[in-house]
Design a protein around this ligand. Structure first.
Ligand code: 4NP
Length: 153
């Protein structure tokens, strides 16, 4: 079993999409996926309606997710922690205590060669931004599945 955590700032826009997209591509008995935010503004909330819309448009339901905050226990629980941008990276790394914990953390887009380093925060923009974010995350997740080998569907 590989356990993967997707992390953004609010856990309502990007990381819920990343959780839903990766879950749609893997065998749940082999790969467990969760998401969290480094900030606690929206704890207990559903994903942003714009993220739910763009996911639904692509056949993925993320309406069962509930926002939670990233904690240092997540370093123990998960094998890999993918962050959306460099600010998320700094926030997560600040909570790490060992080199091993630090090494679990990667920028999501580092896994794919897309020529883009960060998944931009779409919160203050329009629906277009959510489609763009979806596409970036989708491609990175394809690469994760490829790298996992037999864990994909
Ligand atoms: P996310 O987007 O990190 O992709 O979930 C955001 C959601 C909420 C806020 C910022 C970013 N906020 O400031 O409330």
């Amino acid at each position: 079993m590989t356990k993967i955590l997707m992390v953004c700032l609010g856990n309502i826009c990007r990381s819920p999409l990343a959780e839903g997209i990766l879950k749609s591509k893997v065998d749940p008995s082999e790969v467990q996926v969760d998401s969290a935010g480094t900030a606690g503004y929206h704890v207990g909330s559903l994903p942003d309606p714009r993220s739910m819309d763009v996911a639904r448009k692509h056949g993925i339901d993320i309406g069962n997710q509930e926002c939670r905050k990233f904690t240092s226990l997540d370093f123990k629980e998960f094998d890999r922690i993918y962050v959306m941008d460099k600010s998320n990276y700094a926030n997560v790394i600040a909570l790490s205590k060992t080199k091993e914990e630090e090494e679990k953390v990667k920028l999501l887009l580092e896994v794919a060669e897309l020529g883009v380093a960060e998944v931009p925060d779409p919160y203050y923009g329009g629906q277009d931004g959510f489609e763009y974010v979806y596409q970036l995350i989708d491609r990175a997740c394809d690469q994760i599945v490829k790298d996992l080998g037999n864990g994909g569907k």
